[in-house]
Write a protein of this length. Structure first.
Length: 329
């Protein structure tokens, strides 16, 4: 069995090659199924947005001896029976309760009910209100941030690589990452909060970094090969992806280890639920970003370029040279 270093060397030299470009139709079909499936998730499991987006009332109960979430739910429903309630534990002695928008009278009654239920002074229960207009501002700013990020990404990559086709392939891959990540996020039943939005933008940045590294190697291969290349354009792209494959795997593993520890140990095991939003989005998004760079961005860029006259002429020369040398196509 080959070691990772031997495998990396074989991938770099071309002795071993995975058909990222050669079987791109299969990868595109898989990507399309994942994207469509993720887009359909909200139809049977609607995306939940946090109180920062929808508005509502929030109560924080400090100094509790038993942070049982059911106690908070029962206390709220004893005042407002039809209220939608979300309860999270913050540390070992604090409970955060989020509800629909309540009237001032209901807010005071819920405060008293929570203090009595957890057997703490009323002063240990704080309440706050987030209006729908503030939530609309958060939504608008989040969408603007995403739009500006994608626009700058397209422009900067076009200037750096001197071709809009790399930018277009990168943007498609980024959208692929975003849609699939949000789909998995909704499927798991987690709310989209400002922390989750930060996580989404973070994984888009990671996906952009990963794609840029791979595309830089593609540009190096396709430009250095020149007119006398013995490889077709698609083969040069595929070689570049294989040459950076081990790096992509190592980078992804290193990136998901700390976020995985936060998610599974901190959030799920120790109950630090305030970390769940951002850690889940980064953990899932990092894995999806690595997949999208290898199986979507690079093969798509090759597809965009292979119909160019110069690329066609180069491929024909490479194939003709092989035929003269008796090398199978």
């Amino acid at each position: 069995m080959r070691s990772m270093s031997q495998l990396g060397n074989d991938l770099y030299t071309g002795k071993t090659s995975f058909p990222f470009v050669g079987r791109r139709r299969l990868w595109f079909i898989i990507a399309a199924v994942l994207v469509i499936g993720s887009a359909l998730v909200p139809l049977f499991r609607p995306i939940q947005f946090s109180i920062e987006f929808t508005g509502g009332s929030q109560f924080t109960v400090s100094g509790v001896s038993s942070p049982d979430q059911l106690i908070a739910t029962d206390a709220v429903q004893s005042v407002v029976p039809d209220a939608t309630t979300k309860v999270t534990t913050v540390g070992d002695s604090t409970v955060r309760v989020q509800t629909d928008q309540l009237t001032p009278a209901e807010t005071q009654q819920v405060t008293d009910a929570l203090a009595e239920a957890y057997d703490v002074p009323v002063s240990e229960v704080t309440s706050s209100f987030i209006g729908p207009s503030w939530g609309a501002d958060v939504t608008r700013q989040s969408l603007w941030g995403l739009a500006i990020f994608l626009a700058l990404t397209f422009l900067i990559l076009a200037l750096y690589f001197r071709t809009w086709k790399m930018s277009a392939a990168s943007i498609v891959a980024l959208l692929d990452v975003l849609i699939i990540t949000i789909g998995i996020y909704a499927l798991c039943g987690f709310e989209i909060s400002p922390a989750a939005v930060i996580g989404f933008l973070t994984i888009l940045s990671y996906a952009l970094y990963d794609t840029t590294v791979v595309f830089d190697k593609i540009r190096e291969n396709t430009s250095e090969d020149g007119e006398v290349s013995r490889r077709t354009f698609g083969e040069s792209v595929n070689l570049a992806v294989n040459q950076t494959l081990v790096r992509s795997i190592n980078t992804t593993v290193v990136a998901i280890l700390p976020t995985g520890a936060i998610l599974f140990i901190g959030a799920f095991w120790l109950g630090a639920q305030t970390l769940t939003d951002i850690s889940l989005s980064i953990f899932v998004g990092t894995i999806v970003a690595a997949y999208s760079t290898l199986f979507v961005a690079a093969p798509l860029y090759s597809l965009f370029r292979e119909n160019e006259q110069a690329v066609k002429a180069r491929d024909e020369r490479a194939l003709a040279a092989r035929a003269l040398a008796g090398v199978p196509a």
